[in-house]
Write a protein that binds this ligand. Structure first.
Ligand SMILES: Cc1ncc(COP(=O)(O)O)c(C=O)c1O
Length: 424
């Protein structure tokens, strides 16, 4: 094993992070290669800096005129230069600040510095590199974003074990989560709120119960990697919901809990194709030395996969976050989606179709129907024939991304869905 990896492992070994490392995670380190030498030269090479694999003219990265005219407000460095492996430092700091503003309980809590990843998908992949081994079990509610299976089961050889997301009463199934964790020595739990595909977020009481249950499992000796996928963070439409990330609770919960926050600009900032996500870790047991070791291992993982993330997207996001009207504009867009939510809620509450039962929803981009006596896939295909696109999840659930439909079209959309279900 590389000496740098050994040193990082020694820093982590007495903590939950060390115990949870995968084999690949143990081997990972950030080499003192081109990237590290270039950043050293960035400080000291005041005469000639002939380090990085880029091309310069008069001190600025070369940029084609054709490109320059498309983005006149942006310097070549902001547009086409490489970004550092962990992301632009100013963007990372600003994201951290905004994370604390959005999650006030994180104030004063030590976390790793958010690391830029190629979207949330890539963040999940990086965390899997460090902590997920072939043969591990991933615990998720039974309604989850399908890509988890591709990533974890197909990509990493993990067994996906799910529990019913909802209780009979239509709340989050805390007991089901507890049973799925059981008394394992290592548990990997992935929670996504607002949830894809249902659009559900837990109430405050449910969040308290989830946190308490994780604490009990940790007390009983389970080492827990708890990943919160906060892709749709902030889009909460009802009173009484947990409006902070569960990460804020897990970050200081217990020595046996390693909390991971996967979030990003993708959905929150309506910048889907930017491919800018962030990965942040925290744990009660982690001191500065361990957080730094985790960051170095993550940098190694990023360097060895995507190397670094899109510079222009990071520069644009940085400027967007710095803009005076950023918060107010974001709020206006959130309100637009909230209005659609209110309309959809009124529509489905008045819908008397016993073939379609709306699942609980209160946040995010989606809602889903449970199909009774008809196949969701058959319904999807029948809707497609009428020029309407929806997503079937297996034979049972139909997901509707009402976030994509203008307010004025929602009545027509749901009437067609209901009429088509009746016609099958
Ligand atoms: C729950 C969830 N996480 C992550 C993602 C993907 O995010 P990104 O496009 O940034 O990779 C999605 C996209 O649909 C999602 O629904």
């Amino acid at each position: 094993m590389n000496q740098l990896a050994t040193e990082l492992n020694q820093a982590l070994d007495q903590t939950v992070a060390g115990r949870l490392l995968s084999q690949l995670g143990r081997e990972m380190y950030f080499p003192k290669g081109i990237v590290a030498q270039t950043s050293e030269a960035g400080v000291k090479a005041t005469r000639f800096n002939a380090t990085v694999g880029m091309a310069f003219e008069k001190g600025e990265p070369i940029m084609l005129d054709g490109l320059r005219t498309l983005i006149p407000g942006m310097s070549p460095r902001e547009a086409v230069a490489y970004a550092p492996t962990p992301g632009l430092p100013e963007l990372r700091s600003l994201w951290k600040e905004s994370m604390v503003a959005k999650n006030p309980s994180l104030a004063g809590v030590a976390t790793t510095n958010p690391m830029v990843t190629g979207g949330l998908t890539n963040g999940l992949s990086q965390i899997s590199t460090l902590f997920v081994d072939d043969g591990d079990t991933l615990i998720v509610p039974d309604l989850f974003w399908g890509n988890y299976r591709l990533m974890m089961q197909v990509g990493r050889g993990v067994t996906v074990e799910s529990f019913p997301l909802f209780t009979e009463a239509g709340g989050f199934n805390v007991a089901g989560l507890g049973e799925a964790i059981g008394s394992r020595s290592k548990a990997i739990v992935l929670l996504n709120f607002p949830n894809n595909p249902t659009g559900y977020s837990p109430t405050l009481a449910e969040a308290d119960a989830i946190v308490e249950m994780i604490r009990e499992k940790a007390d009983a000796g389970t080492d827990l990697l708890v990943i919160t996928d906060d892709a749709y963070f902030g889009l909460f439409y009802e009173e009484g919901l947990l409006t902070e990330s569960l990460f804020a609770r897990f970050a200081t919960l217990h020595d046996r809990v390693l909390a991971v926050k996967v979030d990003g600009a993708t959905k929150e900032d309506f910048a889907w194709g930017f491919r800018v996500g962030f990965l942040t870790l925290a744990g009660k047991a982690l001191e500065e030395e361990q957080r730094s070791a985790i960051e170095k291992k993550l940098m190694g993982s990023i360097r060895s996969s995507v190397s670094n993330s899109s510079r222009i997207a990071q520069s644009l996001l940085l400027r967007t976050l710095q803009a005076d009207d950023y918060e107010s504009e974001k709020l206006r867009k959130r309100d637009l989606l909230k209005d659609r939510y209110a309309t959809v809620r009124a529509i489905v509450e008045n819908m008397t179709n016993d073939r379609l039962r709306p699942m609980p929803f209160n946040s995010g981009y989606f809602m889903a129907f449970r199909c009774n006596g008809i196949s969701a896939e058959t319904l999807r295909l029948a809707l497609l024939d009428k020029g309407i696109g929806t997503i079937a999840i297996g034979e049972t659930y139909l997901r509707v991304a009402y976030s994509t439909i203008d307010q004025s079209d929602l009545d027509a959309l749901y009437s067609e869905i209901s009429a088509t279900a009746d016609s099958l």
